[in-house]
Design a protein around this ligand. Structure first.
Ligand SMILES: *Cc1c(COP(=O)(O)O)cnc(C)c1O
Length: 409
C-alpha cells in the first residue's frame, strides 16, 4: 500500500475507503502484484539450480490465489485432503502437489496417493503402512526431523527435538530397515524448520543434515528444504536476503549433487513469504475509549478474523488509512470478541477517530484461513486486486452460512 503526495493511501491506485464502501468492513484485500513480485524474487535467487516452489497453501487457500500461483509456475504443498481438492479445483494436476501430513489417518494418505500427489511420510508407522500398501509402486519423500531449533518463536518452530513433526534423524537405522523391508521408493528427503527464519544459517544447517542423510538413499531425485522465510513486518524490518540465501544454499547444494553423483531438484515450500505482504485486513473503528489507564481503539473485527496476534504474538503493522497525518498517540487496538482480544498494545498511531479505517498489514498469510465464526460472527469478504482491478473472490458470510450445518430437533 502506498501513501501518495496528497497523503492518501492506495493499493494499485485504488482507495481503501472505496473498497470498504463497496464490499463492506472488515475486508481482506490481496495485492496480486506483490504475490508476483515475491514469486519472481524466489525464482531468481537460485540460478542454475533445478528449483521448484511448492506453495504451502494453508497460508491462503482462496481459489483465485491458487490459480494465480499456478499461472506463474508455482506448484503446491498441501496438508489435508481439503487443500488437495482445492488445489485440483484450481487446476493443479495431482503430480504437481505434495501432501505433507502430520499424523493424519492413513486413509487421507491413500486419497492423496490416488490423486497422484507425492507424500512426505512423517512417521515410522506411516512408512510401514506405505510399504505394506504400495511396496515400491509409489514414490514418496521422508520428512526428517533434524533436531534444529530455529524460527520466530517456539510455537512456530517445527524441527527442534521436541517438535511433533517428521521422523527424527536419530531413527535413521529404523527408517532404513522399513525402507528395505518393503523396497519403498524414496525419491526425496524433506524437512521444514519452522517460520520467520531470517538467516541462511539454519537452512544450511538442516541442509547439511539432509545431505548427510541422503547418502543412505541411492535413488533420490529431490531435496525439499521446506518453507519459513521471514517477511517484513515493519517498514525497514530485517528480512530474509533471498539473493544471499539463494547463493549460499545453491553452492552447498551443487557441491552435494556432485558428491551424490547426480543433479537433484531442490524444492521449497514457502507460505508466508509468498502471500503475507500481499494482504491487508481493513477494519473500521467503532469506539475510541479514553480510559484512564489506556486509550482503547475498538474495531469491527477480532481474533475471529485474524488470530495470529493472540495465538503467537505476531506483529501486524497498523495504518490509520483515514487520518494518516493525525497527531501520534499510543493506543491499544482491540477486537470485539468477548475474550481478551488485542491486536496491538501501546501502539503509536495517528489520532484514531470513530469511523476511521485502519489497515492491518501482513494479513495475506494465515489470516482468513485461520478465521472462525466464534461469537457467531461472519467471515469477511476477500478482494484480489490484480492488473489494477479489484475483484470479489469471496463474499461476506451471512447468518444462513452459519446455520446451514445445524439441525434443529
Ligand atoms: C506451514 C508449512 C510451510 C510454510 O511455512 P511458512 O512459514 O508459511 O513459509 C511449509 N512446509 C510445511 C510442511 C508447512 O507445514
Amino acid at each position: 500500500m502506498q501513501l501518495s503526495d496528497q497523503n492518501t493511501y492506495s493499493v494499485q491506485g485504488i482507495d481503501p475507503h472505496y473498497l470498504v464502501e463497496q464490499f463492506g468492513s472488515p475486508l481482506y484485500v490481496y495485492d496480486g502484484t506483490t504475490i508476483r513480485r515475491k514469486v519472481t524474487e524466489l525464482q531468481h535467487a537460485f540460478p542454475g539450480i533445478n528449483m521448484k516452489i511448492k506453495y504451502a497453501c494453508k497460508a491462503n487457500t482462496n481459489l483465485s490465489i491458487l490459480r494465480l500461483m499456478r499461472e506463474i509456475g508455482v506448484e503446491l504443498d498441501v496438508v489435508s485432503p481439503g487443500e488437495l481438492e482445492m488445489g485440483m479445483i484450481a487446476g493443479y494436476e495431482g503430480s504437481q502437489i505434495t501432501f505433507t501430513p502430520s499424523g493424519v489417518p492413513f486413509e487421507e494418505v491413500r486419497e492423496a496417493v490416488e490423486a497422484g500427489a507425492i507424500v512426505n511420510v512423517d512417521s515410522i508407522p506411516l512408512l510401514e503402512w506405505f510399504g505394506q500398501t504400495y511396496g515400491n509402486t509409489k514414490p514418496c519423500l521422508i520428512r526428517i526431523k533434524p533436531n534444529v531449533a530455529a524460527g520466530g518463536n517456539v510455537k512456530i518452530m517445527t524441527a527442534h527435538a521436541d517438535s511433533k513433526f517428521g521422523i527424527s534423524v536419530l531413527l535413521l537405522d529404523e527408517i532404513l530397515e522399513v525402507v528395505k523391508k518393503y523396497n519403498i521408493k524414496i525419491i526425496g528427503l524433506h524437512q521444514h524448520t519452522g517460520s520467520d527464519i531470517k538467516d541462511a544459517e539454519p537452512f544450511l544447517k538442516v541442509a547439511d543434515i539432509l545431505f548427510e542423510t541422503a547418502k543412505h538413499f541411492p535413488d533420490l531425485e529431490v531435496i525439499d528444504l521446506g518453507g519459513g522465510f521471514k517477511v517484513s513486518y515493519l517498514p525497514g524490518d530485517a528480512i530474509t536476503d533471498m539473493d544471499l540465501l539463494g547463493k549460499k544454499i545453491s553452492e552447498r547444494f551443487e557441491k552435494f549433487c556432485s558428491e551424490y553423483g547426480r543433479k537433484l531438484q531442490l524444492w521449497f515450500e514457502p507460505g508466508k513469504f509468498l502471500v503475507s505482504e500481499s494482504g491487508y485486513l481493513f477494519v473500521k473503528t467503532t469506539v475510541v475509549k479514553e480510559d484512564p489507564a489506556r486509550h482503547f481503539v475498538h474495531v469491527d473485527s477480532g481474533l475471529n478474523h485474524l488470530i495470529r496476534p493472540m495465538m503467537y504474538g505476531s506483529y501486524h503493522h497498523i495504518l490509520n488509512v483515514t487520518n494518516p497525518t493525525g497527531e501520534i498517540k499510543p493506543y491499544n487496538v482491540v477486537g470485539y470478541i468477548c475474550e481478551t482480544d488485542t491486536f496491538a498494545s501501546d501502539r503509536n498511531l495517528p489520532e484514531v477517530r470513530p469511523g476511521d479505517v485502519l489497515a492491518f498489514l501482513n494479513a495475506g498469510a494465515y489470516g482468513l484461513t485461520m478465521s472462525s465464526n466464534y461469537n457467531a460472527r461472519f467471515r469477511p469478504a476477500e478482494i484480489l486486486i490484480d492488473h489494477g482491478q479489484a475483484k470479489l473472490i469471496r463474499r461476506r458470510e451471512t447468518l444462513e452460512d452459519l446455520l446451514k450445518t445445524q439441525i434443529e430437533i
